[in-house]
Write a protein that binds this ligand. Structure first.
Ligand code: ATP
Length: 234
């Protein structure tokens, strides 16, 4: 778990109370997605974010019905099962069934509210690829969301920014990981981590062409996909 700070980092904190405050508010990462299916790109990126940002826990939240994209190929139950299998051997990771249980359009705002109730002593960072964040202004209550939590934006290989960053984004940029630990929300940290060039679209496409993509997903997920014959039709 990444809940302790290096002495040198604590020394750079502006006030003496900061260390105590930091320890009281451990930071959880929320990693939402369709996860159709969850793959090694998601998991590697989330692990890197966890290490770099000293997150206590990463909570994967598979959506039930994503608001801004076509219906997933696998059912909500299958995507939830696969996410659970994927984190079984990953310390510090868990899956929350909050969106699955709501069984309706999955708004991140509702999820964040529910997780804040469930973990009242924790602070949260939403982890998202830059492709997902580029459409943030379409999200339900996106401005409230920006105030309520931090955002950690990870680079997506092959994804090209279509327009410059909006002014509000630039005004919220975090200068360091410590910014995330010092404040309750409202910061955006862009993180460069080693890119993993995998997408769920590519995996679904390969499976529909009967290709073996066992190296792109955890073994347990690959067995589940084969056992339930998911993604066979394009
Ligand atoms: P699809 O290809 O179906 O759009 P996806 O691979 O992008 O799926 P999602 O479930 O839509 O997966 O993604 C959930 C989150 O994970 C998003 O914020 C997305 O940007 C991020 N993400 C997905 N794949 C990667 C990757 N290889 N590296 C970093 N982030 C990723």
């Amino acid at each position: 778990m990444q809940d302790t700070f290096q002495a040198a980092e604590i020394c750079t904190c502006p006030s003496k109370t900061t260390e105590t405050e930091l320890m009281q508010h451990t930071l959880y990462g929320i990693f939402g997605g369709t996860f159709d299916p969850v793959h090694n790109g998601h998991l590697q990126a989330a692990r890197d974010v966890m290490d770099r940002c000293r997150l206590e826990q990463v909570i994967l939240v598979p959506s039930h019905t994503p608001p801004h994209r076509p219906a997933p190929a696998a059912t909500p139950a299958q995507r939830y099962d696969m996410a659970q299998l994927a984190v079984l051997d990953l310390p510090g990771f868990c899956v929350d069934d909050i969106e699955y249980r709501r069984a309706s359009v999955s708004y991140t705002w509702d999820t964040v509210q529910a997780l804040k109730e469930k973990y009242p002593d924790h602070r949260f960072c939403l982890i998202a690829g830059e492709d997902a964040l580029s459409e943030l202004e379409l999200w339900h209550r996106w401005q409230n969301l920006l105030e309520a939590v931090h955002f950690i934006v990870i680079r997506r290989p092959g994804w090209v920014k279509k327009k410059p960053l909006p002014a509000w984004w630039q005004g919220m940029q975090a200068r360091s990981v410590q910014d995330l630990h010092r404040t309750p929300g409202g910061r955006i940290l862009e993180l460069s981590i080693p890119p993993v060039q995998i997408s769920a679209t590519e995996i679904r496409d390969c499976i529909s062409r009967r290709m073996d993509v066992g190296h792109l997903v955890p073994e347990s997920v690959w067995r589940y996909i084969n056992c339930h014959k998911i993604y066979l039709s394009p």
